[in-house]
Each structure stands twice: as structure tokens, then as C-alpha cells.
Design a protein. Structure first.
Lengths: 147, 178
């Protein structure tokens, strides 16, 4: 598990599945609620959470560029299947969620690794994954409305 | 890398998909019941004095996606385009064309700006009692930093009143950027 470069997708499944489940239950109990729509910041938050968890749980995992591309496809499939199974989104939004989710995960994965590696020296080393995820999430806020 | 490395995420995705599918199916009767109850409650609040509503045909009416006939008026569902996506309104309109209430049902606007239309009572309250000739910047003050969203709400309200009264809804002052 420590060197499984696709362990992050198990984590991403868990995180996204939990969010979908919470949204499903909330929508059932309060149908009038206006739920969050898929957006780049939301997709980035899910991706970065999984990446940060992977850094703490499987710090030796390393992905090649080919693995990252394959990982983006996994992420796209995940961001389509889970909201579809929960009945949260119409088909048009599902396809867009999958496309943008895959791209967001690919870019987040690459940038997260770069920033984390640079912060992994000295005092902030233990907090490097969390800090990297937070910085990238804040940067993703600038893309709100692009989706 | 072992083959299990590839199958593990696949198994996780499939398991999560099946689990969510099952939970969604199990909760769907509850969700439908809650949605019907909520709909009836909201409509009664939007058109005071009416307890029962029957769906009305809307034909190809622009910006109107549904209409419900109540006692003394209608509750009209409108859809317009805001800054970041579709904006759906429910508007209570009496037979004489007066707005009795409105609520935002769905929107995708920016957090802290257009999304405030969901709960900004001061903004939404401006439309109550109106006659469907609302113009942002003239008869209605926009939400700060959310002029496009405000105009989308105004278009929705005007369209709902026009559906009830049969008036022309076009107003250049409520168009995007106008």
C-alpha cells in the first residue's frame, strides 16, 4: 500500500463518496436546500484532500507522468459515477464534472507534489502536505465561475 | 507494480457507486414525500390564502418552466440566466398581476455576491407588491456587486407576472449588461 501510486484514488473515492452521501441525505431531509454545484474550487478541494491524506498515509507513493495521466482518467470516472449514483446532478453537469474533475485532479496532483516537495524541509516539513493543499485551494478560488 | 494496484481503485469506485446507488434508491420515496410536502408548504406561503394547487400548462412560454393554479392566483416557476448559470424562481402572483411572494429555488451564482440572492430579504422584498414592471436601477435596487444576478431575478419576476396577465415582458433594462 505504501508504494501504490493509485492509493490516492481510493482516498479520493472515500472523500467524494462521503460528500455525495452527505449531500444525498441533506437533499432528502431538506429538498428546498440549494446544494453546492460542481465547480473547480470544489473539485480541487476534493482532489487536494485526497492528495494530502495520501501524503500522510502513504508518504512513499510516487507517480510517473503516465501514472498521473491514468490517475486523471480514474478521477474523471469517479467524478461522473459517484454523483450519478447518488442522483445529485443532471447528465449535462455530470459530463462537465467528469471533464473538469479529471483536469483539476491532474493539475492539482502535479502542483501539489511540486509545492509539497519544496516545503518538506525544515520546520514546516510535517505540515507541508496540509499547507500545500490549502495554498492550492485558495488559488483555485480564482477559478470560481469558470466551470 | 502489482496488478492489485490497478484493481484497488477500480474496486473502490465500483463499491462506492453501488453503495450510493442503493442508498439513493432506498431514500427516494422519502425524498419524494418530503419534496411534495415542502412544495405545498412553500406555495401556500408564496400565495397566501391558497391551500391547493393544480398544475397548469405553460406551452412554449419563454422563461416559464411550470405554473400552478391556486385560489386567487398562481405560483409560477421561472428560469433565467444569471452570472454563472441558471436561476430558478418561484413567484406568487395574484390574478390582478400583483406579486405576493417570491423565492429563489436554484442558482449557481458567486459566493458572497450573487448567491446572496438566496436569502437577501431586503432585495427580494422589493418585488413583493409589484406589478411585473420592475427595472433594476430604477424601481429596484440591485444586490451590491451582483447586478447581473439582480437583473436575472427581475426578469424572472416580470416573466411570471406577464404569464398571469398576458403582458409583454421584454425590457432592455433587465438584459445582461444593460
Amino acid at each position: 500500500m505504501r508504494k501504490n501510486c493509485f492509493f490516492v484514488h481510493v482516498l479520493l473515492t472515500a472523500v467524494t463518496g462521503a460528500v455525495c452521501l452527505i449531500a444525498l441525505v441533506f437533499q432528502t431531509v431538506r429538498p428546498e436546500a440549494a446544494l453546492l454545484r460542481p465547480s473547480i474550487p470544489l473539485l480541487a478541494a476534493l482532489s487536494l484532500t485526497a492528495l494530502a491524506l495520501e501524503s500522510y498515509l502513504a508518504p512513499q507513493a510516487h507517480r510517473s507522468f503516465a501514472a498521473r495521466l491514468l490517475g486523471a482518467l480514474w478521477a474523471a470516472a469517479l467524478f461522473f459515477l459517484l454523483p450519478w449514483a447518488a442522483g445529485l446532478l443532471p447528465y449535462a453537469l455530470l459530463w462537465r464534472s467528469a471533464l473538469w474533475g479529471g483536469v483539476t485532479f491532474l493539475i492539482s496532483d502535479w502542483l501539489f507534489a511540486a509545492i509539497r516537495d519544496r516545503l518538506s524541509y525544515g520546520p514546516p516539513a510535517k505540515a507541508a502536505p496540509a499547507l500545500s493543499a490549502l495554498l492550492l485551494y485558495l488559488a483555485a478560488q480564482g477559478l470560481q465561475g469558470l466551470f | 507494480m502489482k496488478k492489485t494496484a490497478y484493481f484497488l481503485p477500480l474496486a473502490a469506485i465500483l463499491a462506492a457507486t453501488l453503495a450510493l446507488f442503493g442508498i439513493s434508491a432506498a431514500l427516494s420515496p422519502v425524498a419524494a414525500r418530503n419534496a411534495r410536502a415542502e412544495q405545498a408548504q412553500r406555495m401556500a406561503a408564496l400565495l397566501p390564502g391558497s391551500r391547493s394547487f393544480t398544475p397548469e400548462p405553460v406551452g412554449d412560454a419563454e422563461q416559464i418552466s411550470a405554473a400552478y393554479r391556486g385560489e386567487g392566483g398562481y405560483v409560477v416557476e421561472t428560469h433565467t440566466t444569471g452570472y454563472a448559470g441558471e436561476l430558478v424562481l418561484w413567484v406568487g402572483v395574484r390574478d390582478d398581476g400583483r406579486v405576493t411572494g417570491l423565492m429563489v429555488r436554484k442558482l449557481a451564482e458567486t459566493w458572497g455576491l450573487g448567491r446572496n440572492a438566496l436569502h437577501d430579504r431586503a432585495f427580494l422584498g422589493q418585488f413583493v407588491g409589484g406589478d411585473g414592471n420592475e427595472t433594476v436601477g430604477e424601481t429596484v435596487d440591485a444586490i451590491t456587486g451582483a447586478t447581473v444576478t439582480s437583473k436575472a431575478v427581475a426578469r424572472g419576476v416580470n416573466a411570471a407576472v406577464a404569464y398571469v396577465t398576458g403582458a409583454d415582458t421584454y425590457s432592455g433594462a433587465t438584459e445582461w449588461g444593460g
